[in-house]
Design a protein around this ligand. Structure first.
Ligand code: SF4
Length: 493
């Protein structure tokens, strides 16, 4: 059995570099820092030259973690030479998407040469576009929405490659952050809503792009700026000489910005800078607002113990406890749960309850910290609630006085169509209990349960302009055209 966290999963992390002697190795490091965005497959495409001076696209990809797919270090100079490369980490759910064919980057050769693409996000009109393309004679190699973009570019009647890409992107809807490698340039672009992050950086003379800036830190690249929603940033040999990336707009249609708020809540690393802000800072603020709106004090006036579900909720717990102190509530931040980082594929003995064992293998309590105390357990979100229930059971065994669960996001009630994967609507705990917090509290067997409301969550990120966020998985208000009568599966290829 593979023990997976009961958390939403993102489909991907992307990285690109142009103008570096060690392009594929640096892409490997970049993907390594983005491993949290996708753990089921990884791939790198580099561009080099043949003996005759023609450009050659080299590919290595496989199923597994970045360190597993690129286990042999000779791959970088023998299989992936060249001064430019792009890479992709993938998370997949369905059988079809586990297919090796769906591992990115995808490479095609069309009338203007070679082109490779790596995509983070999810297109909401891919199914319809694919049907139109198939009816028009297109032959698809994969079952990925990302391949639709390549077909649209290749079929464009325009002659300039940037115009072809702009035309193709004007036809797709939904979420995309893309890096595209061609024979003579590296292009990075974000959808006009800016759902997913994408940053531009510099490493000596080379230019780099990554889903999150933590990738830049690993290779000592400096962050320049984020790619704007609806922008195409182009790096070519001229950029290397003059230091100025070219910038284009996909089109002139004005879209509201709708960044995925879940990137701040759970998905991005706290050491990254996305959507104009440090993730760490936003996560602390979520914890602070949670404390202000839903504080916990000990019934006997003793010290309250604040613990997090590691690692994703650590920063929120910090913010929560700091704010309790400001509210004059005697409290202490403690490490009450220890997480094993080495679970991998684990066997469960017959007769053992899978869920319970799954949580026990992953977490243990520090009993001395919890015994006889009022404990506040901070978690970033609850998806199915199965892990939360087992965690509470585990904490109870340490004999605390009370357990209070505080969630730094609102109840998740709707599917995400923009690249975050939740279980079916029926499986979400909030829907199972009709968003009745008291019933969820009783099911989880905690002394109290509070979530942030949507307004409270937006108050926490107000510095980044609350208007600029997608909150659809909490509110059902989708920023782009979504037909609520269709299931999420009906939108996917
Ligand atoms: Fe993010 Fe939720 Fe919007 Fe999806 S629906 S983009 S997870 S905020």
């Amino acid at each position: 059995m593979i023990i997976k966290p009961d958390k939403p999963k993102c489909h991907c992390g992307i990285f690109g570099i142009f103008g570096s002697q060690h392009a594929s190795l640096q892409t490997y490091y970049g993907l390594h820092a983005l491993q949290h965005r996708g753990q089921e497959a990884a791939g790198i495409v580099s561009k080099s030259f043949s003996a005759k001076g023609n450009s050659v696209f080299n590919i290595h990809k496989g199923v597994g973690l970045v360190t597993e797919v690129f286990e042999d270090k000779s791959i970088f100079h023998s299989l992936l030479p060249g001064r430019s490369a792009i890479g992709h980490n993938r998370y997949s759910t369905t059988g079809a998407s586990k297919s090796r064919k769906n591992i990115q980057p995808f490479v095609v050769n069309y009338r203007l040469g070679n082109m490779a693409v790596a995509h983070n996000g999810n297109l909401t009109n891919a199914k319809q576009l694919r049907e139109e393309l198939v009816n028009d004679g297109a032959i698809f190699q994969t079952t990925s929405d990302s391949e639709v973009i390549l077909h649209l570019i290749a079929r464009s009647k325009l002659t300039n490659q940037i115009d072809q890409i702009k035309e193709a992107l004007s036809k797709v809807e939904g979420a995309y952050s893309l890096v595209i490698l061609t024979d003579d340039k590296l292009i990075a672009t974000r959808d006009p809503f800016g759902f997913r992050p994408l940053a531009l950086g510099k490493l000596h003379n080379a230019f780099v792009f990554a889903s999150e800036t933590c990738s830049f830190d690993l290779i000592s690249a400096s962050f320049i700026r984020e790619v704007d929603p609806g922008e195409l940033v182009v790096i070519n040999d001229s950029t290397l000489s003059n230091g100025f990336p070219e910038s284009y707009k996909i089109n002139n249609i004005k879209f509201p910005q709708k960044h995925c708020i879940f990137e701040f809540i759970y998905f991005s690393r706290p050491d990254s800078f996305i959507f104009g802000h440090n993730v760490d800072k936003m996560r602390r603020r979520l914890g602070k607002v949670l404390a202000r709106k839903h504080p916990v004090s000990d019934r006997d006036g003793e010290k309250v113990i604040v613990i997090s579900v590691p690692d994703s909720s650590n920063t929120m717990a910090l913010g929560y406890q700091t704010e309790l102190e400001k509210l004059n509530i005697n409290s202490k931040l403690e490490i009450g749960l220890i997480r094993s980082h080495y679970i991998g594929r684990t066997f469960i003995l017959p007769g053992q309850e899978k869920r319970e064992m799954g949580v026990r293998i992953k977490f243990n309590t520090v009993k001395g910290v919890l015994q006889g105390r009022t404990v506040v357990l901070i978690d970033d979100s609850i998806v199915r609630g199965t892990t939360s229930k087992q965690l509470v059971k585990l904490i109870r065994e340490a004999n605390p006085k009370e357990i209070h669960l505080r969630i730094s996001s609102p109840p998740i009630t709707h599917p995400c169509y923009y690249g975050m994967d939740f279980p079916s609507k029926e499986e979400l705990i909030a829907n199972r209990f009709n968003v009745d917090i008291n019933s969820i509290k009783n099911y989880l067997e905690v002394d109290s349960l509070e979530y942030l409301t949507i307004d409270e969550m937006l108050e926490a990120v107000s510095e980044a302009n609350a208007e600029n966020f997608c909150t659809a998985c909490f509110s059902g208000k989708y920023p782009s055209k979504i037909d609520p009568t269709l299931t999420k599966e009906m939108y996917e290829i």
